[in-house]
Structure formats: structure tokens, C-alpha cells
Design a protein around this ligand. Structure first.
Ligand SMILES: [Zn+2]
Length: 49
């Protein structure tokens, strides 16, 4: 089971998840616009596979 932190980019209107094991969340940016200024924290998600 993996935990993810979900981010939402209001510029691209896209949600994406980052594995919480990836610890450098300070450098996360949007995979589409490669910018972090539009990102908001959308909560946690858990992969139950
Ligand atoms: Zn974006």
C-alpha cells in the first residue's frame, strides 16, 4: 500500500499524485506547466492494491 500526496494545478486544471516516499516535496511542480505557483494541496490518496 502506497500513500500519495495529491496536488492540483489551477492553471492546467489537472490533479496529480506524488508518492509520499518521495521526500523532497519542496521541489514539486506541475507536470504540464512545470510551475509550482498554481499548485494547491488536494489532500492524501491511498493506493490499496
Ligand atoms: Zn500546471
Amino acid at each position: 500500500m502506497s500513500k500519495y500526496q495529491v496536488y492540483y494545478c489551477s492553471h492546467c486544471e489537472v490533479k496529480f499524485a506524488v508518492d509520499q516516499d518521495f521526500d523532497d516535496h519542496a521541489v514539486i511542480d506541475c507536470p504540464l506547466c512545470h510551475d509550482d505557483q498554481y499548485l494547491t494541496d488536494a489532500g492524501e490518496a491511498v493506493d490499496v492494491e
